[in-house]
Design a protein around this ligand. Structure first.
Ligand SMILES: *Cc1c(COP(=O)(O)O)cnc(C)c1O
Length: 372
Protein backbone atom coordinates (compact mmCIF):
# COMPACT_ATOMS: atom_id res chain seq x y z
CA UNK A 1 0.00 0.00 0.00
CA UNK A 2 1.49 3.31 -1.04
CA UNK A 3 1.39 6.37 1.19
CA UNK A 4 -0.94 9.35 0.76
CA UNK A 5 0.78 12.73 1.16
CA UNK A 6 -0.95 15.54 3.05
CA UNK A 7 -0.07 19.00 1.73
CA UNK A 8 0.38 22.16 3.78
CA UNK A 9 1.37 25.02 1.52
CA UNK A 10 3.85 27.57 2.78
CA UNK A 11 2.14 30.87 3.52
CA UNK A 12 5.50 32.58 3.19
CA UNK A 13 7.08 31.29 -0.05
CA UNK A 14 10.06 33.21 -1.38
CA UNK A 15 9.02 36.25 -3.41
CA UNK A 16 9.49 35.90 -7.18
CA UNK A 17 12.40 38.34 -7.26
CA UNK A 18 14.13 36.62 -4.32
CA UNK A 19 13.82 33.23 -5.99
CA UNK A 20 14.97 34.69 -9.30
CA UNK A 21 18.11 36.11 -7.73
CA UNK A 22 18.91 32.72 -6.12
CA UNK A 23 18.34 30.92 -9.42
CA UNK A 24 20.56 33.43 -11.24
CA UNK A 25 23.50 32.24 -9.15
CA UNK A 26 22.50 29.21 -7.09
CA UNK A 27 25.93 27.93 -6.06
CA UNK A 28 25.58 24.65 -4.20
CA UNK A 29 23.68 23.66 -1.07
CA UNK A 30 23.06 27.08 0.44
CA UNK A 31 19.54 27.92 -0.70
CA UNK A 32 16.50 25.73 -0.18
CA UNK A 33 13.04 25.63 -1.71
CA UNK A 34 9.77 26.56 0.01
CA UNK A 35 8.73 23.04 1.04
CA UNK A 36 10.04 19.76 2.38
CA UNK A 37 8.74 16.21 2.65
CA UNK A 38 8.60 14.24 5.89
CA UNK A 39 7.48 10.67 6.55
CA UNK A 40 7.58 9.20 10.03
CA UNK A 41 8.23 5.62 11.02
CA UNK A 42 7.74 3.79 14.28
CA UNK A 43 8.46 0.19 15.08
CA UNK A 44 4.81 -0.46 15.85
CA UNK A 45 3.17 1.75 13.23
CA UNK A 46 5.53 1.46 10.25
CA UNK A 47 5.65 4.36 7.76
CA UNK A 48 2.93 6.95 8.28
CA UNK A 49 2.07 10.63 8.26
CA UNK A 50 3.61 11.40 4.86
CA UNK A 51 3.42 15.13 4.27
CA UNK A 52 4.62 18.04 2.22
CA UNK A 53 4.98 21.07 4.44
CA UNK A 54 6.70 24.44 4.57
CA UNK A 55 10.50 24.23 4.70
CA UNK A 56 11.83 25.06 8.11
CA UNK A 57 13.90 24.04 11.12
CA UNK A 58 13.20 20.76 12.90
CA UNK A 59 12.36 20.76 16.52
CA UNK A 60 14.50 18.05 17.95
CA UNK A 61 15.03 16.65 21.41
CA UNK A 62 18.73 16.85 22.37
CA UNK A 63 18.59 13.16 23.27
CA UNK A 64 17.60 12.15 19.71
CA UNK A 65 19.67 9.12 18.77
CA UNK A 66 21.05 10.55 15.52
CA UNK A 67 22.78 13.35 17.43
CA UNK A 68 24.76 10.84 19.47
CA UNK A 69 25.30 7.70 17.42
CA UNK A 70 25.05 8.97 13.87
CA UNK A 71 22.32 6.60 12.74
CA UNK A 72 21.70 8.47 9.48
CA UNK A 73 21.69 7.79 5.74
CA UNK A 74 21.13 9.99 2.72
CA UNK A 75 20.85 10.13 -1.05
CA UNK A 76 21.76 12.71 -3.67
CA UNK A 77 19.96 13.15 -6.96
CA UNK A 78 18.89 15.92 -9.30
CA UNK A 79 15.88 17.30 -11.15
CA UNK A 80 16.65 18.70 -14.60
CA UNK A 81 14.59 21.14 -16.63
CA UNK A 82 14.33 20.56 -20.38
CA UNK A 83 14.01 23.13 -23.12
CA UNK A 84 10.21 22.54 -23.20
CA UNK A 85 9.98 23.38 -19.49
CA UNK A 86 9.27 19.85 -18.27
CA UNK A 87 11.24 18.55 -15.28
CA UNK A 88 12.81 15.10 -15.13
CA UNK A 89 14.96 13.09 -12.80
CA UNK A 90 17.56 10.40 -13.43
CA UNK A 91 17.11 6.75 -12.36
CA UNK A 92 15.30 7.45 -9.06
CA UNK A 93 14.69 3.71 -8.66
CA UNK A 94 18.44 3.30 -8.23
CA UNK A 95 18.59 5.86 -5.44
CA UNK A 96 15.54 4.32 -3.76
CA UNK A 97 17.08 0.86 -3.86
CA UNK A 98 20.45 2.08 -2.65
CA UNK A 99 18.78 3.87 0.24
CA UNK A 100 17.16 0.54 1.16
CA UNK A 101 20.59 -1.12 1.16
CA UNK A 102 22.04 1.72 3.25
CA UNK A 103 19.08 1.42 5.62
CA UNK A 104 19.70 -2.26 6.10
CA UNK A 105 23.34 -1.67 7.06
CA UNK A 106 22.50 1.16 9.46
CA UNK A 107 19.61 -0.79 11.05
CA UNK A 108 17.09 1.74 9.75
CA UNK A 109 13.71 0.83 8.23
CA UNK A 110 13.41 0.47 4.45
CA UNK A 111 11.16 2.94 2.68
CA UNK A 112 9.38 1.27 -0.28
CA UNK A 113 10.67 2.39 -3.67
CA UNK A 114 7.27 3.80 -4.78
CA UNK A 115 7.05 5.98 -1.68
CA UNK A 116 10.61 7.26 -2.14
CA UNK A 117 9.92 8.22 -5.75
CA UNK A 118 6.54 9.73 -4.88
CA UNK A 119 8.14 11.85 -2.14
CA UNK A 120 10.57 13.28 -4.68
CA UNK A 121 7.78 13.82 -7.21
CA UNK A 122 5.61 15.66 -4.68
CA UNK A 123 8.39 18.01 -3.64
CA UNK A 124 9.45 18.84 -7.18
CA UNK A 125 5.81 19.38 -8.20
CA UNK A 126 5.11 21.96 -5.51
CA UNK A 127 8.51 23.67 -5.77
CA UNK A 128 8.73 23.36 -9.56
CA UNK A 129 9.49 27.09 -9.91
CA UNK A 130 12.79 26.41 -8.12
CA UNK A 131 14.14 24.16 -10.88
CA UNK A 132 16.64 26.33 -12.76
CA UNK A 133 16.70 26.61 -16.55
CA UNK A 134 20.42 27.23 -17.18
CA UNK A 135 22.81 25.04 -19.17
CA UNK A 136 24.01 22.67 -16.47
CA UNK A 137 21.87 23.93 -13.60
CA UNK A 138 19.61 21.57 -11.67
CA UNK A 139 17.57 21.20 -8.53
CA UNK A 140 19.63 19.05 -6.19
CA UNK A 141 17.45 16.67 -4.18
CA UNK A 142 18.53 15.40 -0.80
CA UNK A 143 16.49 12.52 0.63
CA UNK A 144 17.72 11.47 4.08
CA UNK A 145 16.69 9.40 7.06
CA UNK A 146 17.44 10.01 10.73
CA UNK A 147 16.97 8.10 13.97
CA UNK A 148 14.91 10.55 16.01
CA UNK A 149 13.98 8.38 18.96
CA UNK A 150 14.62 10.14 22.26
CA UNK A 151 16.79 7.52 23.90
CA UNK A 152 20.47 7.31 24.77
CA UNK A 153 20.57 3.52 24.90
CA UNK A 154 22.69 2.00 22.17
CA UNK A 155 20.36 0.08 19.89
CA UNK A 156 18.54 0.70 16.61
CA UNK A 157 16.07 3.53 17.03
CA UNK A 158 12.37 2.71 17.09
CA UNK A 159 11.37 6.16 15.83
CA UNK A 160 12.72 7.37 12.51
CA UNK A 161 12.03 10.16 10.03
CA UNK A 162 12.59 10.21 6.28
CA UNK A 163 12.79 13.64 4.65
CA UNK A 164 13.46 15.23 1.30
CA UNK A 165 14.77 18.76 0.86
CA UNK A 166 15.75 20.49 -2.37
CA UNK A 167 18.38 23.06 -3.27
CA UNK A 168 18.97 24.76 -6.62
CA UNK A 169 22.46 24.02 -7.93
CA UNK A 170 24.60 25.80 -10.48
CA UNK A 171 27.08 24.08 -12.79
CA UNK A 172 29.81 22.28 -10.86
CA UNK A 173 32.39 23.79 -13.21
CA UNK A 174 31.11 27.30 -13.98
CA UNK A 175 34.13 28.07 -16.17
CA UNK A 176 34.04 24.79 -18.12
CA UNK A 177 35.20 21.34 -17.06
CA UNK A 178 38.65 21.54 -15.49
CA UNK A 179 40.76 18.52 -14.56
CA UNK A 180 41.74 18.35 -10.89
CA UNK A 181 44.60 16.90 -8.91
CA UNK A 182 43.73 14.52 -6.10
CA UNK A 183 45.63 13.60 -2.98
CA UNK A 184 46.44 10.03 -2.09
CA UNK A 185 45.70 9.41 1.57
CA UNK A 186 48.36 7.14 3.07
CA UNK A 187 47.37 7.58 6.70
CA UNK A 188 43.61 7.11 6.52
CA UNK A 189 41.19 4.63 5.07
CA UNK A 190 37.67 5.45 4.11
CA UNK A 191 36.23 2.08 4.99
CA UNK A 192 37.25 -1.37 6.08
CA UNK A 193 36.04 -4.87 5.38
CA UNK A 194 32.58 -5.34 6.83
CA UNK A 195 32.29 -1.65 7.64
CA UNK A 196 29.86 0.91 6.27
CA UNK A 197 31.79 1.80 3.09
CA UNK A 198 29.02 0.63 0.77
CA UNK A 199 26.32 2.56 2.66
CA UNK A 200 25.65 6.22 1.98
CA UNK A 201 25.82 7.37 5.58
CA UNK A 202 26.89 10.64 7.11
CA UNK A 203 29.51 8.91 9.23
CA UNK A 204 31.57 8.02 6.16
CA UNK A 205 31.67 11.68 5.24
CA UNK A 206 32.60 12.78 8.77
CA UNK A 207 35.57 10.41 8.59
CA UNK A 208 36.67 11.83 5.22
CA UNK A 209 36.80 15.47 6.30
CA UNK A 210 40.24 15.44 7.93
CA UNK A 211 41.91 13.61 5.00
CA UNK A 212 40.14 16.04 2.65
CA UNK A 213 41.57 19.00 4.59
CA UNK A 214 45.00 17.47 4.09
CA UNK A 215 44.30 17.12 0.38
CA UNK A 216 43.37 20.80 0.18
CA UNK A 217 46.54 21.75 2.05
CA UNK A 218 48.44 19.99 -0.73
CA UNK A 219 46.59 21.89 -3.42
CA UNK A 220 44.28 19.01 -4.30
CA UNK A 221 40.52 19.06 -4.71
CA UNK A 222 39.75 15.65 -3.28
CA UNK A 223 41.28 12.69 -1.55
CA UNK A 224 41.68 9.15 -2.90
CA UNK A 225 41.47 6.28 -0.44
CA UNK A 226 43.14 2.89 -0.82
CA UNK A 227 42.18 -0.42 0.73
CA UNK A 228 43.43 -1.28 4.21
CA UNK A 229 46.62 -2.85 2.86
CA UNK A 230 47.39 0.34 0.93
CA UNK A 231 47.66 -1.52 -2.37
CA UNK A 232 44.35 -1.13 -4.21
CA UNK A 233 42.21 1.82 -5.27
CA UNK A 234 38.89 2.30 -3.49
CA UNK A 235 37.31 5.69 -4.19
CA UNK A 236 37.33 9.39 -3.38
CA UNK A 237 35.57 10.98 -0.40
CA UNK A 238 32.32 11.24 -2.32
CA UNK A 239 33.03 10.06 -5.86
CA UNK A 240 34.00 6.84 -7.61
CA UNK A 241 37.17 6.54 -9.68
CA UNK A 242 37.68 5.16 -13.21
CA UNK A 243 40.88 4.73 -15.25
CA UNK A 244 40.96 4.69 -19.06
CA UNK A 245 43.52 2.62 -20.93
CA UNK A 246 45.10 3.49 -24.26
CA UNK A 247 43.10 0.72 -25.94
CA UNK A 248 39.86 2.31 -24.69
CA UNK A 249 39.23 -0.12 -21.82
CA UNK A 250 37.64 1.41 -18.72
CA UNK A 251 38.87 0.00 -15.41
CA UNK A 252 37.24 0.67 -12.05
CA UNK A 253 37.57 -0.93 -8.62
CA UNK A 254 35.28 -3.75 -7.58
CA UNK A 255 35.24 -3.61 -3.80
CA UNK A 256 32.73 -4.46 -1.10
CA UNK A 257 33.62 -1.28 0.72
CA UNK A 258 32.96 1.39 -1.90
CA UNK A 259 29.74 3.18 -2.70
CA UNK A 260 28.01 1.78 -5.75
CA UNK A 261 27.56 5.02 -7.69
CA UNK A 262 24.64 5.48 -10.07
CA UNK A 263 26.76 7.86 -12.14
CA UNK A 264 29.58 5.35 -12.45
CA UNK A 265 27.24 2.52 -13.43
CA UNK A 266 25.58 4.74 -16.02
CA UNK A 267 28.87 5.97 -17.51
CA UNK A 268 30.16 2.39 -17.72
CA UNK A 269 26.96 1.37 -19.51
CA UNK A 270 27.31 4.22 -22.01
CA UNK A 271 30.96 3.29 -22.54
CA UNK A 272 30.04 -0.36 -23.15
CA UNK A 273 27.31 0.77 -25.58
CA UNK A 274 29.98 2.72 -27.47
CA UNK A 275 32.16 -0.39 -27.77
CA UNK A 276 34.58 0.15 -24.87
CA UNK A 277 35.65 -2.83 -22.80
CA UNK A 278 34.68 -2.29 -19.17
CA UNK A 279 36.45 -4.03 -16.30
CA UNK A 280 35.21 -3.89 -12.74
CA UNK A 281 37.93 -5.61 -10.72
CA UNK A 282 40.76 -5.04 -8.28
CA UNK A 283 42.80 -2.05 -9.49
CA UNK A 284 46.17 -1.59 -7.85
CA UNK A 285 47.96 1.69 -7.28
CA UNK A 286 50.95 0.10 -9.03
CA UNK A 287 48.84 -0.47 -12.13
CA UNK A 288 47.97 3.24 -12.28
CA UNK A 289 51.58 4.30 -11.65
CA UNK A 290 53.06 1.89 -14.20
CA UNK A 291 50.30 2.48 -16.73
CA UNK A 292 50.84 6.23 -16.73
CA UNK A 293 54.61 5.72 -16.95
CA UNK A 294 54.43 3.37 -19.97
CA UNK A 295 51.51 5.15 -21.66
CA UNK A 296 49.01 2.32 -21.31
CA UNK A 297 46.78 4.43 -19.03
CA UNK A 298 45.76 7.65 -20.72
CA UNK A 299 42.98 9.12 -18.59
CA UNK A 300 41.47 9.01 -15.13
CA UNK A 301 38.26 10.50 -13.85
CA UNK A 302 36.05 10.75 -10.79
CA UNK A 303 32.27 10.55 -11.01
CA UNK A 304 29.19 11.23 -8.92
CA UNK A 305 25.85 13.02 -9.16
CA UNK A 306 27.08 16.47 -8.07
CA UNK A 307 29.94 16.91 -10.56
CA UNK A 308 28.84 14.20 -13.05
CA UNK A 309 32.39 13.51 -14.20
CA UNK A 310 35.58 15.26 -13.12
CA UNK A 311 38.76 14.49 -15.06
CA UNK A 312 41.75 13.69 -12.83
CA UNK A 313 44.95 15.24 -14.11
CA UNK A 314 47.28 13.89 -11.43
CA UNK A 315 47.38 11.80 -8.29
CA UNK A 316 49.74 13.33 -5.73
CA UNK A 317 51.21 11.99 -2.53
CA UNK A 318 54.21 12.68 -0.27
CA UNK A 319 56.52 10.61 -2.42
CA UNK A 320 55.22 10.82 -5.98
CA UNK A 321 53.04 12.45 -8.61
CA UNK A 322 51.26 10.14 -11.03
CA UNK A 323 50.21 12.02 -14.16
CA UNK A 324 50.63 15.66 -15.11
CA UNK A 325 48.70 18.23 -13.12
CA UNK A 326 48.42 20.49 -16.16
CA UNK A 327 47.02 17.78 -18.44
CA UNK A 328 43.79 18.72 -20.23
CA UNK A 329 40.63 16.62 -20.04
CA UNK A 330 40.92 13.44 -22.07
CA UNK A 331 38.69 12.56 -25.02
CA UNK A 332 36.97 9.55 -23.45
CA UNK A 333 36.05 11.42 -20.26
CA UNK A 334 34.90 14.44 -22.26
CA UNK A 335 32.69 12.37 -24.57
CA UNK A 336 31.14 10.34 -21.75
CA UNK A 337 30.40 13.43 -19.72
CA UNK A 338 28.69 15.09 -22.65
CA UNK A 339 26.67 12.01 -23.48
CA UNK A 340 25.38 11.55 -19.95
CA UNK A 341 24.48 15.22 -19.45
CA UNK A 342 22.80 15.29 -22.89
CA UNK A 343 20.60 12.37 -21.78
CA UNK A 344 19.86 14.03 -18.45
CA UNK A 345 18.78 17.30 -20.08
CA UNK A 346 16.82 15.53 -22.80
CA UNK A 347 19.06 16.76 -25.61
CA UNK A 348 19.55 13.26 -27.02
CA UNK A 349 17.65 10.01 -26.98
CA UNK A 350 17.57 8.09 -23.68
CA UNK A 351 18.38 4.55 -24.88
CA UNK A 352 17.97 2.87 -21.50
CA UNK A 353 14.84 4.64 -20.30
CA UNK A 354 16.72 6.22 -17.39
CA UNK A 355 14.82 9.48 -17.25
CA UNK A 356 11.61 9.80 -15.24
CA UNK A 357 9.33 12.75 -15.93
CA UNK A 358 8.22 14.71 -12.85
CA UNK A 359 6.29 17.66 -14.30
CA UNK A 360 4.61 18.50 -17.60
CA UNK A 361 6.02 20.59 -20.41
CA UNK A 362 5.03 24.25 -20.18
CA UNK A 363 3.57 26.13 -23.08
CA UNK A 364 5.93 29.01 -23.76
CA UNK A 365 4.44 32.51 -23.81
CA UNK A 366 4.31 32.54 -27.61
CA UNK A 367 2.79 29.08 -27.92
CA UNK A 368 0.05 29.70 -25.37
CA UNK A 369 -0.85 32.98 -27.06
CA UNK A 370 -1.14 31.09 -30.33
CA UNK A 371 -3.31 28.42 -28.77
CA UNK A 372 -5.74 31.04 -27.53
C1 LIG B 1 27.18 9.34 -3.40
C2 LIG B 1 28.56 8.82 -3.48
C3 LIG B 1 29.17 8.49 -4.71
C4 LIG B 1 28.53 8.76 -6.04
O1 LIG B 1 27.31 8.12 -6.22
P1 LIG B 1 26.30 8.63 -7.33
O2 LIG B 1 25.16 7.71 -7.21
O3 LIG B 1 26.99 8.51 -8.63
O4 LIG B 1 25.97 10.05 -7.00
C5 LIG B 1 30.43 7.94 -4.68
N1 LIG B 1 31.08 7.73 -3.52
C6 LIG B 1 30.53 8.04 -2.33
C7 LIG B 1 31.29 7.80 -1.10
C8 LIG B 1 29.26 8.59 -2.28
O5 LIG B 1 28.73 8.90 -1.09
Amino acid sequence: MTLEFALTRSDRPAADDVRASVLAEPGFGRHFTDHMVSIDWTLDGGWHDARVEPYGPLQMDPASAVLHYGQEIFEGMKAYRRADGSVWTFRPDQNAQRMQRSAERLALPQLPEEDFVEAVRQLVAIDEAWVPTGGEDSLYLRPFMIANEVFLGVRAAQTVRFMVIASPAGPYFPGGVKPVSIWLSREYNRAGRGGTGAAKCGGNYAASLLPTQQAVQHGCAQVLFLNEEGTDLEELGGMNVVLVKADGTLVTPASESILDGVTRNSLLQLAADAGHEVEQRTVTLAEWRDGVADGSITEAFACGTAAVLTPIAALKSHDEVIGDEHAPAGPVATALRKQLTDIQYGRVEDPHGWMVQLTEAQASGAESAEAR
